[in-house]
Design a binder for this molecule. Structure first.
Ligand code: PLP
Length: 220
């Protein structure tokens, strides 16, 4: 199936409240343009440099989401345009985003990445750290970032029960954090292999790459 057909197929299955982030990492501008022409405006990249290069070449009504690990020394390159940063793993990173957003007189929306997977390789903070951040005075002084929700990645496994447990844990954390910041609204969870389950567990933002653009080839 074509990129356009994949996109239409996925979109036809999504409940209205779910935002689809088309994950275009490693894919060329020509592929992303096919999705754009099919009406898609929200794209996710996991490397800041790659996102900047694509942003420069592509229509300016695209909303670019940074879904990968955020290197603090590179925040400055995306601060002028990034629409949502999913992977805020610690307070230091949030403060750096705030500092760079201020230079551009912007308020950048962010998600706190919560570690729900059992694998050590996955990034993220604990639910406790997240609640401490939201309750701190220092946080209330950050005027150029807006934390609007949470993001999580489940363990890479075939075990659906485990994935379900981890997604449910993120939803529970979200509900808990809302007590400290009632306007939290986004739960970013679910990828090509598990997004229907993520939605069933409360996700309202899914990050889907290979089911739209095809498998990635990292050797290209
Ligand atoms: C690559 C990536 C995705 C998309 O993965 P697919 O399995 O291709 O849908 C989603 N989220 C993050 C953080 C990613 O790095």
């Amino acid at each position: 199936m074509s990129i356009q057909q994949n996109l239409h197929h996925i979109k036809s299955t999504l409940p209205e409240q779910v935002t689809l982030v088309a994950v275009s990492k490693t894919k060329p501008v020509s592929d992303i343009m096919q999705a754009y022409e099919a009406g898609q405006r929200v794209f996710g990249e996991n490397k800041i440099q790659e996102m900047v290069e694509k942003q420069e070449q592509m229509p300016k009504d695209i909303q670019w989401h940074m879904i990968g690990h955020v290197q603090r020394n590179k925040v400055k390159y995306m601060a002028s345009f990034v629409s949502l940063i999913h992977g805020v793993e610690n307070f230091k990173t949030l403060k750096e985003i705030n500092k760079q957003a201020k230079k551009h007189q912007r308020v950048i929306d962010c998600l706190l990445q919560i570690k729900i997977a059992s694998e050590d390789s996955k990034f993220g903070m604990s639910a406790k750290e997240a609640s401490e951040i939201l309750q701190s005075n220092e946080f209330s002084e950050l005027k150029n970032t807006n934390v609007i929700g949470v993001m999580g990645m489940a363990t890479f496994t075939e075990d659906k029960e485990q994935i379900k447990k981890e997604f449910t844990q993120l939803k529970t954390t979200f509900n808990h954090l809302k007590r400290f910041k009632p306007d939290l609204k986004v739960i970013s969870m679910g990828m090509s292999g598990d997004y229907p389950l993520a939605i069933a567990c409360g996700s309202n933002m899914i990050r889907v790459g290979s089911s739209i653009f095809g498998e990635r080839n990292y050797n290209e």
